[in-house]
Design a protein around this ligand. Structure first.
Ligand SMILES: Cc1cc2nc3c(=O)[nH]c(=O)nc-3n(C[C@H](O)[C@H](O)[C@H](O)COP(=O)(O)OP(=O)(O)OC[C@H]3O[C@@H](n4cnc5c(N)ncnc54)[C@H](O)[C@@H]3O)c2cc1C
Length: 358
């Protein structure tokens, strides 16, 4: 959003970052970008962002091409209700121009080489979904483009925000006309003292990583929401697999999680059975009650905005969110998806539950 603001001539734009660009979830995420969502807001944000990402290298003058690999995402259903939900989501997506489709178990097995389809009722796929080979290069490209356009990035941990006349005082030392709090799971700690209660909680996520394997063993990304399992093979040949339900202390639980992933692989994707998964990567989601970000002005606090609580999908919708938040700060209408995502919805109960989460 700093880039959009600066490009649009918003005056002096300063990013205050406690640790460094990509220090939070943005530096951990493996670059997944999908348009298969179950709410209109996410479909719209994802579709707009995919358009931006398609032109990323030229648009941001990126030094390194992060290379987007449209390998497709395949969501598996193991029950009739899960298949009905995928079907409803595909209908919504198709109505918004997203080229997803429902697959029979046989079609799913044809699409995913080696997939055991016995337990499936069906699946859904979007061939435009995929991932960046170098997701951190995307984050860096945004930061560099912002700096080039005049944004100042200052390494500084913000402790407090307070209204000071017509401006916002940051830690009592810096004045800003408008402030956007986009501090991931730390956002509530900054807004709480202002009387703003934002229900964003941390949720640990664990990814297991293998060593590079020369053969292509898995082409699309495969997700089984019911079995709480996801796997993909990265461009460098490493397998990435996740027990999406894993919770607890990795020191004591990691072997149990690894064993569960191995079991799921044996059941669903036996060609991956003998790929070791030696490394465990931990990251933190910033999760809201409806698994949608809180984006918009903070009611009763003029000039204060929030963009946080991305619930595990902030990277893929970042281009649209950046544009939308910049528009809000400039006093413009940001577009349809933002109307439903304001932070006041948690108090009013106007939640927008996203059913297709990972
Ligand atoms: C394991 C994992 C896998 C994921 N996979 C995907 C994926 O495939 N696709 C996808 O779209 N999304 C994915 N996500 C989610 C995605 O990474 C996040 O939604 C996104 O990065 C959120 O960006 P953000 O800028 O809001 O937060 P962050 O990247 O967490 O940035 C918040 C920043 O705020 C700074 N900060 C905090 N408090 C202060 C303070 N007081 N003062 C100054 N600075 C402060 C932090 O240092 C941090 O750098 C994944 C997340 C995880 C953890």
């Amino acid at each position: 959003m700093a880039l959009h603001l600066s490009e649009r001539g918003a005056g002096e734009v300063v990013v205050l970052e406690r640790t460094g660009i990509g220090a939070g979830a943005s530096g951990v995420q493996p670059g997944g970008v999908r348009q298969q969502w179950g709410t209109r807001v996410n479909c719209l944000l994802a579709r707009e962002s995919v358009g931006f990402y398609g032109e990323l290298v030229e648009r941001l003058e990126a030094r390194v091409d992060p290379h987007f690999r449209a390998c497709g995402y395949v969501f598996l259903a193991h029950s009739e209700p899960a298949l009905a939900q995928l079907g409803a989501n595909v209908e919504l997506q198709n109505g918004l121009g997203i080229p997803s489709r429902v697959l029979s178990p046989i079609e799913a097995a044809e699409r995913v080489e080696g997939l055991v389809a016995d337990s499936l009722t069906g699946a859904a796929v979007c061939e435009e979904d995929g991932y960046f080979d170098r997701p951190q290069a995307v984050v860096e490209a945004f930061a560099e483009a912002a700096r080039r356009s005049g944004v100042r990035v200052e390494r500084r941990g913000v402790r407090s925000l307070a209204r000071d006349g017509a401006a916002w005082s940051i830690d009592g030392t810096l004045l800003a006309g408008q402030v956007v709090v986009a501090a991931g799971y730390d956002t509530p700690a900054l807004l709480g003292p202002l009387g703003v209660d934002l229900p964003i909680r941390r949720e640990a996520r664990f990814l297991f990583l293998g060593e590079p394997v020369p053969e292509r063993l898995l082409e699309p990304l495969v997700v089984s929401p019911e079995r709480r399992f996801a796997a993909k093979q990265l461009a460098d040949g490493r397998l990435l697999a996740s027990d999406l339900g894993a919770s607890g202390d990795p020191a004591t639980e990691r072997e149990r999680w690894r064993a569960r992933i191995k079991e799921l692989i044996t059941d669903l994707l036996p060609p991956l059975e003998f790929v070791p998964l030696p490394r465990l990567v931990e990251g933190l989601y910033d999760v809201t009650p409806d698994h949608q970000a809180a984006i918009g002005p903070v009611a009763g606090h003029e000039g204060l905005f929030v963009a946080a609580g991305f619930s595990g999908h902030g990277f893929m919708i970042a281009p649209a969110v950046g544009r939308g938040v910049a528009a809000m700060v400039l006093g413009e209408e940001p577009g349809e998806p933002f109307a439903a995502l304001g932070p006041e919805r948690f108090a009013t109960g106007a939640l927008v539950p996203e059913p297709q989460i990972v």
